[in-house]
Design a protein around this ligand. Structure first.
Ligand code: NAP
Length: 246
């Protein structure tokens, strides 16, 4: 366990799935965590209670990351409560697979609003406010390397996130802030499992040479590394965590 006492981390989309595992792990490593969510207040509150019961510090923050004003308010609330921001994990995201020809304008816009604009909104606030020594981790996906049918729009949103990651790392020159992205393979969360048959899930699980689905904790460990002292020299990189899938 790394001691990160007095460092403050915002984790977007942390009410469940990978984000919840990240919030729990960073709290165990000593970070004060802000648990962002869009709708599932009960899960966010339960997580905050669990973290506090284990001796950590946590705050819940409802904010649709697609809404720049809501994101600004979340950063304001974090600064008011804890005095500053040291870590931003841009984990919030959605996935609905569909053939490009069958994707509606609304679905296209919703994916870009949350996955890409949501990341942009928080990065812009971080550029203005993050303390020296900060760490930013964005979320891409290994699906970008697979080019499977049905993933055109989702992959496009994540390609944009990778582009933001590379450029933003350079724009923060002189600030002692790293910007990286994690690109998970299939992880057993609602986002991956919903709408898939047991057979299809089993097929995905067999794809990586390690022959299993990722678990949220697998990704939380990678994020904990990237925001910890051991990764201080890793900057502007996309780290695939997928059991060797691609
Ligand atoms: P998940 O289980 O569906 O959880 C999504 C989280 O994002 C929830 O906490 C949800 O909050 C939040 N969220 C959704 N829309 C939001 C918005 N507009 N503003 C703020 N929060 C919002 O998803 P997951 O599997 O943990 O995915 C996390 C990240 O990993 C995503 O960026 C995803 O693209 C990426 N990823 C996942 C996989 C995988 O296989 N699972 C693979 C590669 C990449 P509410 O509950 O309040 O709605």
């Amino acid at each position: 366990m790394q001691d990160q006492t007095d460092r403050v981390a915002i984790v977007t989309g942390a009410s469940r799935g990978i984000g919840a595992a990240i919030a729990e792990r960073l709290a165990a490593d000593g970070f004060t965590v802000v648990i962002n969510y869009a709708g599932d207040a009960a899960s966010a509150e339960n997580l905050a209670c669990r973290i506090e019961a284990n001796g950590g510090r946590a705050l819940t923050a409802k904010a649709d990351v697609a809404d720049p004003e809501a994101v600004k308010r979340m950063f304001d609330a974090t600064e008011a409560a804890f005095g500053g921001i040291d870590v931003l994990i841009n984990n919030a995201g959605i996935l609905k697979t569909a053939a490009l020809a069958e994707t509606s304008d609304d679905e296209f816009d919703r994916h870009f609003a949350i996955n890409t604009k949501g990341t942009f909104n928080t990065l812009r606030e971080a550029a203005r406010r993050m303390r020296s020594g900060g760490r930013i981790v964005n979320f891409s996906s290994t699906t970008l390397a697979l080019n499977l049918p049905g993933y055109a729009v989702y992959n496009a949103t994540k390609a944009a996130v990778e582009a933001l990651t590379h450029v933003f790392a350079k724009e923060l020159r002189g600030r002692d802030i790293t910007v990286n992205a994690v690109a998970p393979g299939p992880v057993a969360t609602d986002l991956f499992l919903s709408g898939k048959s047991e057979d299809l899930v089993a097929q995905f699980a067999k794809m990586p040479p390690l022959e299993r689905l990722g678990q949220p904790g697998d990704i939380a460990s990678v994020v904990a590394f990237l925001v910890g002292p051991a990764a201080g020299w890793v900057n502007g990189q996309i780290l695939r965590a997928n059991g060797g899938l691609a």
